[in-house]
Design a protein around this ligand. Structure first.
Ligand SMILES: Cc1cc2nc3c(=O)[nH]c(=O)nc-3n(C[C@H](O)[C@H](O)[C@H](O)COP(=O)(O)OP(=O)(O)OC[C@H]3O[C@@H](n4cnc5c(N)ncnc54)[C@H](O)[C@@H]3O)c2cc1C
Length: 412
């Protein structure tokens, strides 16, 4: 980068969502403010996703008080700045020019920032319709939940532009928010379509829209504006739902481009950076926390991970050696992913998160390595595809560091 300004900091945090801001607050407060902590945020304002979630449901878990998304984002921002972190908005990390040197684009020009530790907290995004390979025309009125929320809460898109008859595709918890926002904008939600065999159990006090389970969207119809969606049911029958708005929800993909371009190894299940329980990636000095690790958990969980990662960064800055090797975790179908997904010795007790592909009632979770069973327990109740199961970490004491991958299985 010709003409780039070169700078050095102690810790560079990429992303000012709950994970990055919570990490920055803890890092900046540590050791009487002895470290230079810089947070880069590509958007004009800090706060990440909660900034445009104008509903309650934030803050109780980690700040001890109920807040809406923007209020929560403001509090985390204030805490990071008060602790002494330098927070820069409108500034993007675009690539790497060294193992711990980031290329950065700022309104003032190009920069190269070298850090002793880098924390990736870049979040996750919903895959858009194009990435889901839904055929058909390219009419207006097709959005993701994020786009829907941004257009209503940040950009004040007029109600009539959002349409009158909407279909929500997906049934993850975030689909509730899409239904709420659409109804708030005066649209009638005429259907909720999910490939899963089940829909949401609760609907957060809302009247649930008509639910089509085991159903995929086969085609988008209409020229100019969306006119309908053609759906295919599990038994092969097809049908058309007339609508002028379709919102694709869920189907999260970690924002892992920066990790990938930096050669940080990714986990094939989560599609985020592979990490051990100290949020360390396979690349020395690079940590990752929050939704970049595996798609959406709650904001409180992302912030807690940010704080946990900050503690690990501080140990690293104090000279804790970087592990030379780690035992990978392998998720066996119907387990979709496990996070963390590398084990380095016995871990501190933070539970692992496990996601499954389909609903399972009272399944047995088993962890094994090279034919040995390290953990086996029956879970109570039903495990759902869009909610993580917590797997206690005690079994990590039994892992052979020189052995093969640790397998995580769930049996009916
Ligand atoms: C519709 C919806 C409703 C939700 N409702 C709730 C709720 O009620 N309660 C709750 O607890 N949680 C809720 N969540 C979840 C919560 O918002 C997320 O879990 C949380 O925001 C994750 O935090 P994060 O810091 O990991 O990522 P994010 O919030 O996504 O922040 C990541 C940040 O990194 C920035 N970034 C990415 N790449 C770069 C780069 N290269 N350079 C600079 N900056 C970069 C992004 O611009 C972004 O600001 C909801 C999520 C959605 C989508």
């Amino acid at each position: 980068m010709a003409g780039a300004v070169n700078r050095v900091v102690d810790v560079l945090v990429i992303g000012a969502g709950p994970a990055g801001l919570a990490a920055a607050a803890r890092l900046a407060a540590a050791g009487g403010g002895q470290y230079r902590i810089e947070v880069l945020e590509r958007e004009r304002e800090s706060g990440g996703v909660p900034r445009y979630c104008a509903h309650g449901g934030f803050g109780l878990a980690d700040l001890g008080r109920p807040l809406d998304g923007p209020g929560y984002a403001r509090r985390l921002t204030r805490a990071a700045v008060r602790a002494g972190a330098t927070l820069r908005t409108g500034v993007s990390a675009t690539g790497w020019s060294g193992p711990l040197t980031l290329d950065v684009t700022a309104p003032t020009g190009l920069e190269r920032i070298t850090a002793r530790a880098v924390l990736l907290a870049t979040g996750a995004r919903e895959r858009p319709r194009s990435a889901r390979l839904v055929p058909g025309t390219r009419p207006a009125g097709v959005l993701t939940t994020g786009e829907l929320q941004q257009s209503t809460h940040l950009y004040g898109v007029r109600r009539e532009r959002l349409g009158r008859r909407a279909v929500v595709i997906g049934a993850e918890p975030v689909a509730h928010h899409a239904v709420r926002v659409l109804r708030g904008a005066g649209a009638d939600v005429v259907g909720m379509v999910t490939e899963q065999s089940c829909g949401p159990r609760r609907f957060g006090g809302l009247v649930a829209p008509p639910l089509l389970t085991g159903t995929t969207v086969a085609e988008l119809l209409g020229r100019g504006r969306l006119a309908g969606v053609r759906v295919r049911h599990a038994d092969g029958r097809t049908g058309t739902i007339r609508c002028d708005t379709a919102v694709f929800t869920g189907d999260w993909i970690p924002d892992h481009e920066l990790a990938r371009s930096g050669g940080v190894s990714l986990d094939s299940g989560t599609r985020g950076p592979a990490i051990d329980d100290a949020f360390r990636t396979g690349s020395a000095g690079i940590f990752a926390a929050g939704n970049v690790l595996r798609g959406v958990e709650s904001a409180g969980a992302a912030a807690a991970e940010g704080r946990g990662a900050a503690d690990a960064v501080l140990r690293h800055l104090s000279g804790e050696p970087w592990p030379v090797s780690a035992v990978p975790l392998a998720a066996e179908d119907p387990v979709v992913w496990v996070a963390p997904n590398r084990v380095v010795g016995a871990v501190a007790g933070r539970p692992f998160l496990v996601r499954v592909r389909e609903p399972l009632t009272r399944p047995v979770v088993e962890v094994g390595q090279d034919g040995r069973v390290l953990h086996r327990a029956r879970l109570l109740g039903t495990v759902w595809p869009h909610r993580s199961v917590r797997l206690p970490a005690a079994w990590t004491r039994e892992v052979d560091p020189a052995g093969g991958p640790v397998e995580v299985r769930v049996a009916r």
